[in-house]
Design a protein around this ligand. Structure first.
Ligand code: MG
Length: 391
């Protein structure tokens, strides 16, 4: 922005806040998603005096019960493995942090980015993908379970903090952004321009940057892998070479942490510069002018190296025996609890009594809403007080 305009904003503001329109006009690039073009909410609401629609979406997500519960839900490592590693909540915050950095640099709508990032994993059941897999098996005859679709159920139906309507009544762009994450909804959403939104693409890319790096960091801290193991991947070998150029004599853990930071910074910088090149090439004049292809992607070399790192993480971390043992145990708890509540739907919370869904789906909604520790407590309750009568 020209210096003159910056001064104008400072001197004319007095104590009155800038309107959302003023702020977005001053800050957003032409290809960013402005609030004024939002397709709105399913249940129309009056505009807020000083909060924009995407700000309100972000706040509604942050204040939801499902979001709070992410603090006791597994990312990859389960709770009793220690207290250093990421939970589903801290993963979400790291995604939001990376996404906002990228979005601000590209002059995209940070409020929309933050809402999308904070929303992206809200549908996760306890025990991460292990829990998701177990619930998916339990619901095999009813369309299965997918955390991305569960987030939409929460936003549109299950969360109920407002008397006027079910769900959070989020802006269409946030719902459509989440819909693009669901395999089943991808095809349907593909026809919609919201899929092309750069804000949605930034959050997808930030998710990948966050988990590739923090899962490696957690695995190092827990001793599941060593730095020498990680140096089998091109990305970490190069990250360590770069760190050693600046710091020659770091002790092991300091070197590991510096390498993880280097790798985040490297990926973010690559993503920004690659996306800028794409934007120069396509030069979209507005949101409507965005091409139907992904513009927010890493460079081809780095994308290939990320695939190599992800294959490494799958083989050496996600399927490590220490992780798998806990995973099998958690999946067994979920399967047993699913059978237990399916046989006794009267024990489900009253809020799930009249959703109009099948017993299986309501049991799944109940189990998916639980934190890891709530599910463990419920399992113990089932074993100690009720299971005998089911024999
Ligand atoms: Mg995620």
């Amino acid at each position: 922005m020209p210096e003159e305009q910056v001064k104008d904003l400072r001197t004319t503001a007095s104590v009155a806040p800038l309107s959302i329109l003023q702020r977005e006009t001053a800050l957003l690039a032409p290809y960013a998603m402005p609030s004024r073009l939002s397709r709105g909410r399913r249940h129309p609401e009056p505009t807020h005096e000083y909060r924009g629609p995407f700000q309100r979406d972000r706040d509604r997500i942050t204040h939801s019960a499902a979001f709070r519960r992410l603090s006791y839900k597994t990312q990859v490592m389960m709770g009793e493995m220690g207290d250093y590693h990421r939970t589903r909540l801290t993963h979400t915050l790291e995604v939001a942090s990376v996404a906002r950095t990228v979005g601000r640099t590209l002059r995209l709508n940070e409020d929309l980015i933050e809402a999308l990032a904070l929303a992206h994993d809200v549908g996760h059941p306890p025990f991460g993908h292990s829990g998701e897999q177990a619930l998916d098996e339990c619901l095999r005859d009813e369309g299965g379970f997918c955390h991305n679709e569960q987030a939409l159920r929460l936003f549109e139906q299950l969360e109920h903090p407002y008397p006027q309507f079910p769900g959070l009544n989020l802006s269409d762009e946030v719902l459509l952004g989440q819909r693009t994450r669901s395999k089943r909804n991808k095809a349907a959403a593909g026809a919609n321009s919201a899929v092309r939104l750069l804000e949605v693409q930034v959050v997808d890319a930030a998710d990948s940057i966050a988990y590739d790096t923090h899962d490696a960091d957690d695995a190092l801290e827990l001793g599941l892998i060593s730095l020498a193991d990680l140096c089998e991947t091109d990305l970490f070998r190069e990250a360590i070479r770069r760190v050693r150029q600046r710091f020659a004599n770091l002790e092991r853990r300091a070197l590991e942490k510096a390498a993880v930071r280097e790798l985040i910074d490297w990926q973010v910088s690559d993503l920004v510069s690659q996306t800028q090149s794409q934007l120069i090439e396509h030069s979209p004049a507005s949101v409507a002018d965005l091409p139907p292809t992904r513009l927010v992607t890493p460079g081809s070399e780095l994308a290939e190296q990320k695939l190599q790192l992800e294959a490494f993480l799958y083989e050496r971390v996600y399927t490590h025996e220490a992780v798998m043992a806990k995973r099998r145990e958690a999946q067994d708890w979920i399967r047993q609890l699913f059978r237990f509540f399916t046989a006794r739907p009267e024990l489900l919370p009253a809020s799930l009594a009249d959703t109009g869904d099948s017993v299986s789906r309501r049991v799944s909604d109940f189990l998916a809403s639980m934190t890891d520790r709530h599910l463990q407590r419920t399992y113990r309750y089932m074993k100690e007080t009720a299971a005998a009568s089911l024999e």
